[in-house]
Design a protein around this ligand. Structure first.
Ligand SMILES: Nc1nc2c(ncn2[C@@H]2O[C@H](COP(=O)(O)OP(=O)(O)OP(=O)(O)O)[C@@H](O)[C@H]2O)c(=O)[nH]1
Ligand SMILES: [Mg+2]
Length: 633
């Protein structure tokens, strides 16, 4: 099954809706106001089924200049255009404007219908045909079929249908391997079903029960049911006109212009970088900071344009622009957009989105131009690498890269693997990537910080991991963990508990320092169960200081001294002997009280009580009232 979307285009009253009805039997003007005024106001939908599983979806648009906004919402999703020109009137303003819009949207193909031929003389029709040829010459429709038709007499309708089918067969199929997304063009409620949205599925496949998010609102939902052409279907594929019955969403929570897609697959944005062209016949130059109407998908928002390399863009010129949007848009790089001037409301230009989460450049100019040039002309891999380069030390999540590129999950995964293999990027983990340059910068910085730390703190074994990370410009946690792990794997860095040091770092003591350290240790060892205070021990060696003294801390870090209580330390060997005595006593006597400990060790309460508490915390003993017993198991 292939679905090709044909959009009508053309000036008001030239016979678009009549033609669609003659081809399909469907009157697409459904609104009472449309019937009353005899004009089309909003989009209408019909379809034709052709041989070989081809469905031609038809989007009928209004020709009135006041409803170009609605025309744009429909034109965004079409594969080929059917430009309708009344033979009696010939080319008119919206003939040109709709043609320009289709060009700007990069619609690739189409045909022209010269309709109402029953109202014009053959000579006149020939003149109009020549006129049309000249109009089309510089456009994508140059040399396209021009089919004369009369809805009144039926002349030419069979030829038109055949020409449409032939063109439709030449349209390359839309990608179904990309993540599905549905730019919404209508929202309504159906009794007993709830909220229904419709649109042309731009990419991918949508199935019943799929989870959906309505962007940019963040409303979560699920596909409760799907319809195509009024028939219930299990799944819809790219290019298909689709009606989606949404579970648990209020009608009022959605509007035309929103996009339905899987949760987390798209990124709403208020800032977008793009190529930008101004139409030859734009009424005046476009200046930086001009306010324009920005159309993408089925959405229109106001925006200010910032020109990247010049103060103004003249008609016919092409450059780059950054758009500050007044409400979020939800689109993908590669999507085309159209801009219309604020007043008078006319189509003036458009372009291709290049980046929907653009990095902030401190200064515009050459760097930004080079960046945008790369996004515009680079290969998929180069574009991806450029995004990661701009992400800097923070790196980027695969999910965000997915939303910022049009490749689809599988292709993105492959591209990332290729780049990692080539050494251009580093995989932090399966979900996080970092540009090689950022990785190398962080690595050099981290090693430099460690070196500096060791020079400044020669007696400290290392720096806390968290402190190191914060000094390394607060590196992203996962990125930093991965870096330390790889430095450790190479043998450049050692980490113990939360302390990190260079593998080459050794604590080197001067003879005087060594004298103090050995003296203090000897003092504690000799004192056994009744050790001195840190101040006393240090003081005896002529050093003024507390347990915070770095020479003292060295003994603690080496686990020669063990802290039993605030500023009460024991030598590790003394503590071992005390424990052995205590355990032997308890095996004999079952329980022990503070007085017994004093006698057993020959020390005062000052030492006995903290020691008893210490062995509780070490899970050697258990407290029972004032006494202790051995802990079992
Ligand atoms: N004689 C004649 N009249 C036609 C033909 N096609 C359309 N008309 C008439 O032209 C008028 C406008 O036709 P529509 O089909 O509504 O025109 P439209 O292009 O859809 O107009 P908008 O949607 O408002 O832009 C109607 O009165 C039609 O009956 C034709 O082939 N011959
Ligand atoms: Mg119409």
């Amino acid at each position: 099954m292939t679905h090709v979307v044909v959009g009508t285009a053309g000036h008001i009253d030239h016979g678009k809706t009549s033609l669609v009805k003659a081809l399909t039997g469907t009157d697409t003007d459904r609104l009472p106001e449309e019937k009353a005024r005899g004009i089309t106001i909003d989009l209408g939908f019909a379809f034709l089924e052709e041989a070989g599983g081809l469905t031609i979806e038809i989007v009928d648009v209004p020709g009135h200049e006041r409803f170009v906004k609605n025309m744009l919402a429909g034109a965004g999703g079409i594969d080929l255009v059917m430009l309708v020109i009344a033979a009696d009137e010939g080319v008119m303003p919206q003939t040109r404007e709709h043609l320009a819009i289709c060009s700007l949207l990069r619609i690739k193909t189409g045909l022209v219908v010269l309709t109402k031929t029953d109202l014009a003389e053959p000579d006149w029709i020939e003149l109009v045909r020549e006129d049309v040829r000249t109009l089309l010459e510089p456009t994508f429709l140059a040399g396209c079929p021009i089919v004369p038709v009369s809805v009144k007499t039926g002349a030419g309708l069979d030829e038109l249908r055949a020409a449409l089918a032939q063109l439709a067969r030449s349209v390359p199929p839309r990608p179904t391997d990309e993540t599905p997304r549905l730019p919404i063009d209508r929202v309504f409620t159906v009794r007993g079903f709830g909220t229904v949205v419709t649109g042309t599925l731009a990419a991918g496949i949508l199935s019943v029960d799929d989870r959906l998010e309505i962007y940019p609102r963040g409303v979560q939902s699920k596909v409760r049911g799907l319809q195509a052409h009024g028939r219930v279907v299990e799944r819809a594929s790219a290019g298909q006109r689709t009606a989606v019955n949404l579970q648990g969403v209020e009608r009022a929570a959605i509007e035309r212009g929103d996009v339905a897609a899987p949760p987390g697959s798209l990124l709403p944005t208020l800032l977008a970088d793009a190529t930008l062209e101004l139409l030859e016949d734009a009424p005046r130059p476009l200046k930086t900071r001009d306010r324009v109407r920005f159309h993408v998908g089925t959405l229109e928002v106001m925006a200010r344009v910032l020109l990247v390399d010049r103060p103004q863009l003249d008609p016919g010129e092409v450059s780059h622009g950054r758009f500050r949007l007044e409400a979020p848009i939800v689109a993908r790089p590669g999507d085309r957009f159209v801009i219309r001037s604020y007043s008078p409301i006319v189509t003036i230009g458009g372009g291709t989105l290049l980046d929907i989460a653009p990095p902030r450049f401190k200064r515009k100019g050459p760097a930004l131009m080079a960046h945008l040039g790369l996004l515009e002309t680079g290969s998929d891999a180069q574009v991806l690498e450029e995004h990661l380069k701009q992400a800097g030390a923070a790196g980027a999540r695969a999910a965000d890269l997915r939303a910022r590129t049009p490749y689809g999950s599988e292709r993105l995964r492959r591209l990332l693997e290729e780049l990692a293999q080539a050494g251009a990027i580093v995989a932090v983990d399966r979900e996080w990537y970092l540009h090689r340059a950022a990785n190398d910068r962080l690595r050099t910085q981290t090693l430099g910080l460690l070196e500096g730390f060791h020079v400044e703190n020669p007696l400290r074994g290392g720096i806390s991991r968290e402190e190191l990370r914060s000094r390394a410009d607060n590196a992203q946690e996962r990125v930093f963990d991965q870096l330390l792990a790889s430095l450790e794997a190479e043998g450049a860095v050692r980490s113990e508990k939360d302390q990190v040091r260079l593998a080459s770092h050794r604590i080197r003591l001067s003879p005087e320092q060594q004298h103090v350290v050995s003296g203090v240790e000897g003092d504690f060892l000799r004192a056994g169960a009744a050790p001195p205070s840190p101040e006393e021990a240090l003081g005896r060696l002529g050093v003024k200081g507390t347990d915070r003294h770095e020479l003292f801390q060295l003994l603690v870090a080496d686990r020669r001294l063990v802290r039993v209580k605030e500023s009460l330390y024991f030598h590790v060997e003394a503590l071992g002997e005390i424990q052995a005595k205590l355990v032997a006593y308890l095996q004999q006597n079952r329980e022990i009280g503070p007085g017994d400990v004093k006698d057993l060790l020959g020390v005062s309460r000052k030492y006995a009580i903290p020691l008893m508490e210490y062995f509780d915390t070490q899970r050697v003993t258990v407290r029972q009232g004032e006494r202790r017993v051995l802990r079992r198991g």
